[in-house]
Design a protein around this ligand. Structure first.
Ligand code: SF4
Length: 441
């Protein structure tokens, strides 16, 4: 089993009477090597722990014995169904993307790190990992919809034009939800990575010499951070939605043209999260009018954050739920699986938790979805990858190296040559180290 980690236990409990509610994925989400595990899983008579755990144990335990102390399992809080509880049951750690990114660097004794989360999170671990640490993802097709609209082929042609126009006056701040290729762009332009808990501090730091900032990819987080800093909204400019303009476009085509671009202090990349951007201020007020305290994630639109009683990162939301006094009534506006798990744990302590979109009115409901792409990691992916790793037969596309780009539909992997990867690691590490210096310094 793994040695103790500095990450606190999430507090999630796997209760025997609850079914493992991970919805089964169609077989075409599985790579050929993993299909046999999925078929076995689908053939199990039910989804109860007493059925699934022995099946999982038969694959996971031998892998743990084989790799011993060198194996580390990680999962993000947004993972669907019970997978976060399973990862903790096997001695792994569950956290948000910031804490996960630091795990390889903080645990040099861990040589095989297997992550159940989206690809950019595993890649962040890989950027900070030592050469003798291998990072694996249970399903490489698990992408982040926000990052999928800020691929290097979207961002770099626009960034090149911006740097040509503004030179050193422009700095890139890359949210953690970006590929290593975009984090490297931030690193080589004097910028930094940020997370949802420190976006305002990193943005303030990036503007240190009156710099113009290109904030990639989440327009909502960028607006929320700018508001916290008191930046004038007249000086923000949102770049076109990459779904509408998927490739390079001349800068004249931005809203307001070049004059607006020159005036702007903050350029917001036009992407958003397919989960959080659906929340609306009237969702918030509906609950507040009924006496509930509403907390939301800052990937939600500015109007939603302004209406809420509090906003913060996944770690902040989890802490608020776990520390709420008995009798508290909390509404959480974030990813659906997270809220389901939070509700279950809070109920054990007499705290009520509802999802922001759990409103029984037709015109207000239907926005409480989970992160469907992250949930492409499920029990058969975990069992299958660990078994394949033990047998030395894991598909190379599940290995995560810094600079990897994966097509989330086909699974096709674009891997950088070694020399380019080394440059990317240096530049992306710089952007992560600058964030850590801003936050911890
Ligand atoms: S919840 Fe949204 S931002 Fe988070 S990983 Fe999923 S798609 Fe990306």
């Amino acid at each position: 089993m793994s040695s103790p980690l500095p990450l606190p236990n999430s507090g999630l409990r796997l209760r025997p009477e609850l079914p493992l509610c991970q919805s089964d994925l169609p077989l075409d989400w599985y790579q050929e090597e993993l299909k046999p595990y999925a078929e076995e899983y689908l053939a199990l008579p039910d989804r109860r722990p007493e059925t699934i755990l022995p099946w999982l144990d038969a694959y996971v335990r031998p892998a743990q014995e084989h790799f011993g102390e060198s194996l580390l399992l990680l999962a993000h809080f947004y993972m669907g169904g019970e997978i976060v509880k399973l990862v903790e049951r096997y001695g792994g750690a569950v956290s948000d993307s910031y804490a996960l990114a630091l795990q390889a660097a903080r645990h040099p004794e861990k040589k095989i790190i297997v992550e159940s989360a989206v690809h950019f999170m595993a890649e962040s671990v890989a950027i900070l990992a030592a050469a003798d640490q291998e990072i694996w993802i249970t399903n490489p097709k698990a992408g982040c919809t926000m990052e999928m609209l800020a691929k290097d082929h979207h961002v770099l042609p626009i960034a090149d034009q911006l740097f040509e126009r503004y030179g050193d006056e422009l700095t890139v701040v890359a949210y953690m939800n970006t590929s290593g290729r975009i984090k490297a762009l931030a690193g080589r332009t004097g910028g930094a990575v940020c997370t949802s808990s420190n976006a305002d501090r990193v943005l303030a730091w990036a503007r240190r010499d009156g710099q113009k900032v290109l904030f990639v990819p989440d327009q909502h987080l960028g607006r929320n951070a700018a508001t916290r800093l008191g930046l004038d909204p007249a000086r923000w400019l949102t770049l076109p939605n990459p779904e509408v303009f998927p490739g390079a476009y001349p800068l004249e085509r931005v809203s307001g043209g070049l004059a607006a671009l020159d005036q702007a202090e903050l350029l917001l990349w036009g992407s958003h999260c397919g989960v959080h951007s659906f929340f609306r201020p009237d969702h918030v007020t509906w609950w507040q009018e009924r006496g509930w305290r509403v907390l939301v994630h800052p990937e939600s639109p500015l109007e939603v954050v302004n209406a809420a009683d509090g906003a913060g990162s996944t770690a902040y939301l989890w802490r608020e739920v776990m520390e709420a006094p008995a009798g508290a009534r909390l509404v959480i506006g974030t990813e659906g699986h997270f809220v389901t798990n939070a509700r279950e744990q809070a109920a054990l302590r007499g705290v009520q938790v509802m999802h922001l979109a759990d409103i029984p009115e037709e015109n207000l409901g239907l926005a409480g979805c989970g992160c469907a792409t992250m949930s492409r990691n499920d029990p058969p992916h975990l069992a299958g990858l660990l078994d394949l790793l033990r047998r030395g037969a894991a598909p190379e596309s599940n290995r995560v190296l810094a600079g990897d780009a994966v097509d989330e539909i086909t699974g096709e992997l674009d891997r950088l040559p070694e020399a380019e990867r080394a440059t990317l690691i240096a530049e992306a590490s710089l952007s992560l180290e600058r964030m850590i210096a801003v936050v911890e310094g």
